[in-house]
Ligand binder design. Sequence first.
Ligand code: ZN
Length: 217
Amino acid sequence: MRRPLRIIMLGPPGSGKGTRAHIISELYGIPVITTGDMLREAVAKGTEYGKTAGGYMSRGELVPDEIVNGVVGERLGRSDLENGFILDGFPRSTPQAEFLDDFLEEHGLKLDYVIHVTLEDEAIVKRLSNRRSCPNCGEVYHLVSKPPKKEGVCDRCGSELILRGDDRPEVIRNRLAVYREKTQPLLDRYMKKGLIKEVPGDYSMDRLSEQLKRMLG
Ligand SMILES: [Zn+2]
């Protein structure tokens, strides 16, 4: 049995962070845990923190750090993570990162890697602005990698495809600027600890698996 692997994924929206998390998950047999999944599960189970989080979510408000931390603590304390975990979407702020450090230390666990998925802003803009969505059934297409059979029309339901507001170049550039400003303190923090591993967001799948195996052992 290999030693446990505990990994944090960092990377801008559209960088391919989620895909990379799932490749690592398959290579090493450890689960990807996202903040969204943890929150939804805690709410559904009615855990202590889940009840409070649910209130914020039903009002469409951002769940405060201390509640998110509570939910994460409940999740990371469960026994199915003895082989490790890949956190995607957590931590997102310095208070969240401090909580995670304390939690791991209290439980005698250590973080192995922080995988930073890198891709230039313009490449992300190109990637995301090529997305087309079906307003009727929710199917998502990509003009280069997953085009609809008939231009501008949904394969599944025949509705006309749209470019969502979130996927417009100027909106993407703004989201990326906000992301970079919020994430820089986390990158600095983990850089100091020597945990950062850079993974390019535009490698082919084969090249990516090779790099990950070399990096993670
Ligand atoms: Zn459709």
